[in-house]
Design a protein around this ligand. Structure first.
Ligand code: SER
Length: 321
């Protein structure tokens, strides 16, 4: 049941995750308790939160003022630069992906916030571990700018929890697939683009090679997992860095064949770009037993159900019959 006194702030609320999570939080807590923020101008198609603030998360003073003015208790801090974009602008990625998180952690330490959700990523993994079934507690050795920033963020979360009792919770999201709001700049985003182009053009050129498997998750399952984690009693959260989430694993070739079952004329070819090296540095599959045990993680969508849902929604959205 929703906590009546909970006041929720979302950063990156117009992004791929934010746009869907915000509306779900509105359903659960009421529009008057949800404050959506993003660096973009307000877009009423993307949020039905009770309040919208145009906010750059790097503006520490503004963020603190908004938290105070709305008497925020809970933050979902989603604003971030994804892996591909981070490689092109390392310093900005570090600044955006780490410093605003520290600002929220400090506010929580000072008692100005009660609970924080912050997304990490499979990008924290890297060299020196097996590709398959990567467990919760392995050596983290990322080779990308994005992975470095997420690993640092995870350690800051754990530090603030251990030293100051800050209630911060996190998930290492795999690639997230959704049809409502496009992603931007991620390595796993081929698995979103492929559906748009399959529906619009009947063909797709993948920037990831045909046999590269990566862990992926349908947005509905990602939102459910996030809300489940945030609703769990604090004592059951044994991981204060970030929880592994495996979702499903597939290659571009396997995804293309699933799409062909629905759109038989669909064609794919492959032209790997710089993101191939990023994908090669990530696991092919993830073991998420700890999240299952601690807070009951489960999934509804496999590759088939996801493909059917994506294509039928994109057909409506993109005006195809
Ligand atoms: N989807 C992200 C990316 O590719 C991974 O967390 O950047």
């Amino acid at each position: 049941m929703a906590n009546a006194t909970e006041k929720i702030l979302i950063t990156g609320a117009l992004g791929q995750i934010g746009s869907e999570l915000t509306n779900k939080l509105v359903e659960l807590h009421g529009a008057e308790n949800v404050i959506a923020t993003d660096i973009q101008k307000f877009d009423k198609n993307h949020t039905n939160a009770g309040f919208y603030e145009r906010m750059d998360v790097s503006n520490t003073a503004l963020v603190q003022q908004i938290v105070k003015d709305y008497e925020i208790t809970t933050v979902y801090h989603l604003a971030s630069l994804l892996s591909g974009t981070s490689e092109k602008n390392p310093q900005f990625a570090w600044k955006l992906n780490v410093e605003p998180l520290l600002n929220f952690l400090e506010m929580a330490k000072e008692g100005k916030l009660k609970k924080i959700f912050w997304p990490s990523s499979i990008a924290v993994f890297g060299r020196g571990i097996p590709k398959e079934n990567v467990g919760q507690e392995v050596v983290l050795n990322p080779s990308t700018v994005y992975g470095i920033s997420k690993l640092a963020g995870e350690k800051w979360c754990e530090y603030y929890h251990e030293k100051f009792g800050v209630d911060v919770r996190s998930i290492r999201y795999p690639g997230l697939i959704s049809w409502k709001t496009p992603a931007g700049g991620g390595t796993t985003d081929y698995a979103v683009e492929i559906y748009y182009e399959a529906v619009e053009k009947g063909k797709y050129t993948s920037f990831i090679s045909e046999n590269t498997a990566m862990p992926m998750l349908y947005m509905d399952d990602a939102i459910d997992a996030t809300l489940q984690l945030m609703a769990a009693p604090s004592e059951s959260i044994s991981v204060r860095t970030s929880y592994n989430l495996g979702g499903m694993s597939f290659t571009p070739k396997e995804l293309a064949s699933e799409i062909k079952n629905i759109i038989p004329e669909f064609e794919i070819d492959y032209q790997p770009d710089f993101r191939q090296a990023i994908a090669d540095s990530w696991p092919a599959s993830i073991d998420d037993a700890v999240a299952k045990k601690d807070w009951g993680l489960k999934y509804q969508y496999g590759i088939k159900e996801m493909s059917e849902d994506m294509i039928s929604n994109l057909r409506k959205k993109l005006c195809h019959s």
